[in-house]
Design a binder for this molecule. Structure first.
Ligand code: ZN
Length: 452
């Protein structure tokens, strides 16, 4: 595909790869502490985006949302409810001690891949969507129905941008037909013993909450300790939590995932996967025993992430706290999970305070034309992959769109090895040049195939 740009410039794959590299080089790092954010980087990114995608910025209506987020409106042929394609501009900070093989904002090419923060999460998607749209515009293509692009600037810190974008759409009376955000991928080595890559499409995401457990006491000098002080009670609570894990359950998308991958599973596991619905108790036990990752598929998880006590080694704490981060299963709520924790610690002297709450997302349908559109486009572009729904463990901005749309899907059309998936939010993040170009074609085909 070699469409001609507005000034007679030939757009080709190599030029588009350069555009991605340029945008990866802009360190659009978001921090929970607003004061640490370099606003100029976000302005620079938006300016470079406009220069890189002139047709998109001319022919789509561009709305700024809050400071640095974008909502772009592409008018379609017919008046059907629109499709919304999402991605985010911001990236997580670099841990200076992490052993990156190549500079995190260098966008250097090594071994056929572009290395840098954001290549997978999520500038690869953002620039991929823009490239697909720009190429289609150059071909005078008009989508069958409206398409909105929603690019958030504070996804990584759960900022107010995505809720504001939803409000903006709501105020315009927009009720999306479907929403696609980052999430699953063409995941290689997704399951031990399963050869083909899985095209995993997130149809819901776990909820999250962090509970602060707090115990109080008299404190005092450490030479005269009394039993049952705040630190001892917090320690006992932590041990009790470890012993009383949440019960296991298999939500519908997970059961469907096992039945879909069954034909590709190792012979020994095939009967278990094929009959996942009937053999749920056995499958649950197997997953719980198979390690922390499979276990997280079937239950609400609890991790004690922060502990605090006295500020000095010779002072007894008058207050001790533990932060418990929970990832809540579909079918459960923040309230029911909190109740489980309260019962597990069985200590009325400890208070529980939620520091943040995100309920699990509604489950999007899989027997539906929008889901079909995703799976058939996956099969067309990645014919070795097995498309399947799954429950996402991480959170995305798309959860806010569930308020205005029942069909919210989370899929990133790039091949990713296990090592690549582990590099997200970590170090050595990189995307294969060809994998990115294949992803661009996937977005193009998806937009072309959007029905009336
Ligand atoms: Zn992301």
């Amino acid at each position: 595909m070699r469409p001609v740009g507005p000034v007679g410039e030939v757009r080709n794959d190599a030029d588009d790869v350069e555009r991605l590299r340029g945008l990866v080089r802009v360190p659009t790092v978001s921090y929970a502490d607003e004061g640490a954010v370099e606003a100029s980087c976000f302005e620079e990114f938006l300016t470079l985006l406009a220069e890189s995608f002139p047709l998109l910025h001319e022919q789509l209506t561009v709305h700024r949302v809050l400071d640095h987020s974008l909502l772009l409106h592409w008018k379609g042929e017919a008046d059907g409810d629109p499709a919304v394609l999402m991605a985010h501009i911001d990236v997580v900070p670099i841990d200076e001690s992490a052993p990156w093989q190549h500079p995190p904002f260098g966008a250097e090419i090594h071994d056929g891949a572009i290395w840098g923060r954001g290549t997978l999460d999520d500038k690869g998607s953002l620039v991929g969507i823009c490239t697909a749209v720009e190429r289609l515009l150059a071909d005078d293509f008009v989508p069958a129905r409206d398409v909105w692009l929603s690019f958030g600037a504070r996804e990584e810190v759960s900022g107010p941008d995505a809720p504001a974008a939803v409000e903006e759409l709501r105020s315009r009376g927009v009720t999306p037909w479907f929403v696609l955000d980052e999430g699953g991928a063409i995941a290689h080595q997704a399951f031990p013993g399963v050869q083909p890559p899985l095209g995993v499409i997130g149809v819901t995401e776990k909820g999250t909450t962090t509970l602060e457990l707090r115990a109080e006491g008299r404190g005092g000098h450490s030479s005269t300790p009394a039993p049952g002080g705040p630190t001892a009670r917090i320690a006992r609570a932590v041990v009790r939590l470890e012993k009383r894990q949440f019960p296991a359950s298999l939500p519908e998308p997970t059961l469907e995932m096992f039945t879909r991958i069954a034909p590709h599973a190792p012979l020994a596991l095939r009967p278990l996967f094929t009959n996942a619905r009937r053999l749920q108790p056995l499958l649950k036990r197997a997953l719980l025993a198979a390690g922390p990752e499979p276990a997280a598929l079937v239950r609400t998880t609890m991790a004690v992430t922060q502990l605090s006590g006295s500020p000095a080694h010779n002072v007894i704490a008058s207050t001790a706290t533990a932060a418990v981060n929970l990832r809540i299963m579909v079918g459960e709520t923040v309230a029911s999970a909190t109740e489980h924790v309260r019962k597990a610690i069985a200590d009325g002297s400890i208070t529980l305070e939620p520091l943040d709450t995100n309920e699990p997302s509604p489950v999007s349908p899989t027997d539906d034309p929008a889901f079909e559109l995703l799976t058939t486009t996956i099969s067309e572009l990645f014919d070795d992959a097995v498309p399947t729904p799954y429950v996402m463990m991480a959170g995305t901005d798309s959860r806010f769109f569930a308020a205005i749309c029942p069909r919210v899907y989370r899929f990133t059309p790039f091949r990713m090895t296990r090592a690549q998936r582990e590099s997200i939010h970590s170090y050595d993040e990189h995307i294969g040049v060809q994998d990115w170009l294949d992803g661009v074609r996937w977005y193009s085909r998806l937009i072309e195939r959007i029905p009336e």
